[in-house]
Design a protein around this ligand. Structure first.
Ligand code: SDX
Length: 428
């Protein structure tokens, strides 16, 4: 017998079922709140206390710094699996057998060509256009070349749409980078694995042989795994709500790209690097920027710090920080902003303001330093986040559609004018 939550409002008592998740998270099911109370709703800007759905994909424990995909710990997945293997797990629910993986990789490679007319669309962008704007538009443009609506009851049609998007998204991301740089476009090379292909499409110069650096490919594969899904974050919630209107997968993911671009979300990795470079230019005065971040009159925020869910360390930040050290050691290079980032973290974590508000480095704090070491320009960092998050967006859209969830349409509390008569011009 499930527990009951009691609510007393305006002298009346109401009862609502309490639901408990796999990891003993507790929720009050208010599906019948409005109908059973004659119109009473809850209000929760930013949904800080509101669950939008039940999901079997990812579990986060913000207090303990836990991140699991379909029950597997992120620490194990980054060590023992590849990006494409984790993508299969996140989307379809189980780790693939060798045969399933071989088919998954081959089906994605089969779709790694864009219609050549996509180049006409890309030509419409000015050189130097931000790649995130191009990627959002080009993802939507895929609907022009795939106009048929996917029959959600056909697992075959969903699988084809998924492998098409997994195959074409990195290509349109790479072409957006090449357009931004005024460089020639590279095609996928299906003799390479998924992540190695991304590197060659981004950086190969047609007039020279492109030498893949296995250390760089491994670092990127691990970094992309750390971005694959993160339950109901801003961009994923956007993909779910857009998909809930029965908008297609490509259109829904395009909206997720736009949501991710914001500097409070995926755009933070670009903002972190720009912040670290400013601190470096300013003589590395970390204490000055910590003071600015604490000053309520100063709009400056410590980018890459804080998280809606993690009120302890972000497990991804820990893994990325270690991966940055290993990458630089392997490459025999260094980046002065890494030392500034570490110093900033050390000073912030000792400061009352950050401790009180449980503000720790998040996934974006160190990731940009690795992207830069791999050769990505700063305006490509969020595109790389999008490539990483694509499997999560796909998995969450698929789960929402297969669950037949209703169209997302929140209510509101109206606090504007009561009824009033129209005022003619000469009386205003
Ligand atoms: C991602 O949701 C996800 O899972 C996202 C993500 C994913 O994988 O999808 O993990 C990826 O988006 C990571 C977050 C990247 N964004 C940033 O690094 C931008 C900087 N951080 C923030 O702006 C902020 O911490 C958020 C947006 C991440 C979280 O915002 P919340 O949960 O709405 O918290 P809040 O803004 O209400 O802050 C609570 C307090 C406030 O102070 P008080 O009003 O209580 O005095 O903490 C302060 C804030 O001013 N605060 C910060 C701060 N973050 C919060 N103060 C200084 N610097 C910061 N970075």
């Amino acid at each position: 017998m499930s527990e009951i939550a009691k609510l007393i409002v305006q002298g009346k008592e109401y009862e609502f079922p309490v639901v408990v998740g796999t990891e003993d998270e507790v929720a009050i099911d208010v599906k019948k709140l409005r109908s059973s109370t004659g119109g009473i709703i809850t209000i929760d800007p930013g949904f800080k206390n509101t669950g939008s759905c039940e999901s079997k994909i990812t579990f986060l424990d913000g207090e303990k710094g836990i991140l699991r995909h379909r029950g597997y710990a992120i620490e194990e997945l980054t060590k023992k699996a590849s990006f494409l293997e984790v993508a299969y797990l996140i989307i379809f629910g189980e780790l693939p057998t060798r045969e399933q993986y071989a088919k998954w990789e081959k089906d994605i490679q089969h779709h790694a060509l864009l219609n050549e007319e996509m180049k006409d669309i890309i030509d419409g962008f000015p050189t130097g256009a931000h790649p995130m704007g191009m990627v959002a538009s080009l993802t939507n443009a895929l609907t022009a070349f795939n106009p048929a609506t996917v029959d959600i009851t056909s697992s075959e049609e969903i699988y084809t749409a998924i492998t098409k998007l997994m195959g074409k998204f990195p290509v349109l991301a790479a072409w957006s980078h090449c357009k931004n740089q005024g460089a020639p476009f590279n095609y996928a090379d299906n003799s390479l694995d998924y992540v190695a292909n991304i590197m060659q499409m981004m950086f190969r110069i047609p007039t020279e042989e492109y030498k893949l650096n296995p250390i760089a490919v491994k670092a990127l594969d691990e970094l992309l795994i750390l971005h694959e899904d993160h339950e109901q974050n801003c961009s994923t919630s956007t993909v779910r709500i857009v998909g809930s209107s029965e908008a297609g997968l490509f259109a829904s993911v395009s909206s997720g790209v736009s949501a991710l671009w914001g500097r409070l979300h995926g755009g933070a990795n670009q903002a972190v690097l720009e912040m670290l470079e400013n601190i470096q230019k300013d003589g590395g005065d970390v204490e000055k920027y910590i003071a600015k971040a604490k000053d309520k009159n100063d709009p400056f925020r410590l980018m890459g710090f804080g998280h809606r869910v993690y009120k302890n360390f972000d497990p991804r930040a820990r893994i990325i920080k270690k991966a940055a050290d290993e990458l630089f050691a392997d490459l025999g290079t260094s980046d002065p902003v890494l030392a500034i980032a570490k110093h900033l973290e050390e000073v912030a974590l000792k400061d009352e303001y950050f401790a009180e508000r449980k503000l720790y480095p998040n996934v974006d704090f160190y990731s940009g330093i690795i992207y830069r070491a791999l050769g990505f320009p700063v305006h490509m960092f969020t595109v790389m986040f999008a490539i990483g998050r694509l499997p999560g967006w796909i998995a969450q859209w698929r789960e929402m559609r297969l669950n037949g969830e209703p169209i997302g349409r929140p209510r509101q509390l109206y606090t504007g004018y009561a009824l009033r008569d129209f005022v003619p011009f000469d009386k205003r």
